[in-house]
Structures are given as C-alpha cells and as structure tokens.
Ligand binder design. Sequence first.
Ligand code: PLP
Length: 376
Amino acid sequence: MEHYLDNAATTKPCAEAAEAVVRCMTEQYGNPSSLHRKGLEAQHVMEHARQQVAAALGCKAQELLFTSGATESTNLALRGAAAAHGRKRKKIITSAVEHASVRQTLAQLEQQGFTVVAVAPDADGRYHAEDFLREVDGNTCLISMMLVNNENGYRMPVEETFRGVKRKDPEILTHCDAVQGFLKVPFRTRSLNADLISLSGHKVHALKGAGALYLRQGVRIRPILFGGHQEKSLRPGTESVPLIAAFGAAAEKLSQTVQERYEKAAQLRASLIAQLRTMEGVLIRDIPDASPYVLSISMPGYRSEIILHYLEQREIYISSGSACSKGASSGVLEAFGAKPAEVDSALRISFCAENTEDDIAALVQGLKDARQGLVH
Ligand code: PLP
C-alpha cells in the first residue's frame, strides 16, 4: 500500500480536476481565441475556471491571470513590477527563506542593478513585521514575502508586514508567494495587503502546468513575454484550457473544506509528532503557528537521501528538505538556524486531508527500522 506524504511537492489530482481535463480534451478542445463556437466554448470554460479560482481566493475574476504555474507567476510579478516601478527606485526587500522561484528571480534583478535585501529570521527562527519595515526607505519599489514556508511550514507575518509597508509608502508593491497557503491555511486575501499573489494548481489537487497571478485592480506591471493578447497581454500564448479548467474545479472543491482539512492535517501532524517523540535521536521542528500541512524533522547522522530511498522501498514517499532543490540544500533551514548535520539529515513530511493514521504508522515504523537497519 502506498503512503504518499509529499504533498508540499505535489498533490494527487482530485477526480473533479481529472474529469475537467478529459472533458476539455475530448469535447471542449477549441482555442479560446478562435471566433467560432468551439472557441467560444473554450473561452467559457476558462472564464468559469477564473471565477472558481477567484471565488476560492476571495478576489474579482478580473484580478486573476492564468500562468503555467507559480514559478511563472513569481517571475511575472517580480520582473513585471520591477520593470514598471523600478526606474527610479532600486531596492527590493524579501525574506532569506523564499522559494527558489523568488530567490533566483530576485538574483537576476540584482544583476540588472537592483539592490535586494533578504531579511534573516531572528535567533528563534521567527520573523516580525518590524524586521522588514526597518528596511523600507524612499528607494524601495517592491517587497516579496511568502505566506507559508515550503520547507518547514513556518507562517510568515505577511499581513502585518504588508500593512506596515503600505502605511509607510503606498507606492511600494507587495508580492506574496501563497503557494503553500492557498486552500490550506485560512487567510483573507484583502487582509494580506498584497498587490500580487502567486498560486500554483498542482499543490491543491489540480495539475502541474497551471497557476495564477492575482493582480490587484489598478496595479500596473509590465509583461515579460511578448506575442499574443491573451490574459490582458500580460501572459501571451494560447492558454492551456484543460489545466486551467482542472485548477478551477479543484479550487472550487477545496474551497468548501479549508477548515475541515486544516483540522485533519493538524490531527495527523500532532499524531506524528507524538509518535516521533517516543523515538531517540529525532529532532522535530514543531514550530508554533506553523502550517499543519508540513513537518520538518532531522535524524542527525542519517543522510536524508539514504532514509528517503529506504522508505521508498516500502512505498512511503517523503522529501529531503525541499523538493525543488533535488538533494542540494537551498539554505533555508540554515537560515532558520539548523546546523549542517541537521540540514544533511532533514526530512520533510507533508500531508493532505486524504492521509490517514495508517500512513503515519507506516512512516514511524519505517523510520524506526531505518535507524536500526542502516549504518550511519
Ligand atoms: N513557491 C513555493 C513556496 C513552492 O513550494 C513552489 C513549488 O514547490 C513554487 C513556488 C513553485 O510552484 P510551481 O511548481 O507551480 O512553479
């Protein structure tokens, strides 16, 4: 029996998403830009999906652009904002624990003459709005901050920080990478005070290859791709209607159960923590107020990859640190204060509401056996 506990990397598409894809491939396969009936039909499918994702996020449908995923959304948000607002102002503020899609995009902007200030967490691995607000000055054009960290589930103080930034200077654009928070952790979009929000479909039981960028009404950015007029000319190229339709279907479904699923994830996480506490040599990053969907642990002395492949033989799937870094450390856990031996042995367990106590029991047994059976 399979035990999939790597839901921060990707999730299994829900039946509604799969059905939407098949329908778009077999019936509603037109190009939404075509002027005939088939085109119009595809356009309706896409606009319906836009309504569904917008309703799930709590924004207007006109405020959402579809993209190929959160990596593209962040690229468009950050580079597009920098191009539109970074002529005179050259400073960008961010956290030191962002996902690579934000970190690498900002590194590119740095090469183009922007100054990027990456704020580190305090000694306890916490962030406070003040840490960011201290950096805000007349040269600042943009701030980017994730909602939930993908490696340890830490919930960043986005609301307070962005509110403070806007109070200091409403012209500074605020971007939130909400990939690991959307439809998982309850939040109110308006309260985030974000001008731009990046979302990904495959983290919420839709498919890889569809994401969205929320662009608050009235906010101006420049395109980074050129060609057609799709998505208000901000994301040219024929839209992937099947993947977009799946995103809409999954968002509508999940939006009805955010609280229930949150509680289920919290239960599973608490149960796993309780069982891990009975084991020796396991460091548990039980961060207060973290997203219940993610738990980061370390077993110093046992390299992550070795444990991961050991568990894989039992059809137990988890990640070493962050899935995107493919074994290479992203530096995020270090920034949160982890020592090198803890980083080398870091494991990320990430839940969805379909996980059960059986999955937890299989994982705990697997970890116990790995400790006994593997030489470290
Ligand atoms: N941001 C965060 C926090 C993520 O966890 C991920 C995926 O791992 C991304 C962005 C990138 O999302 P996508 O795979 O849709 O490009």
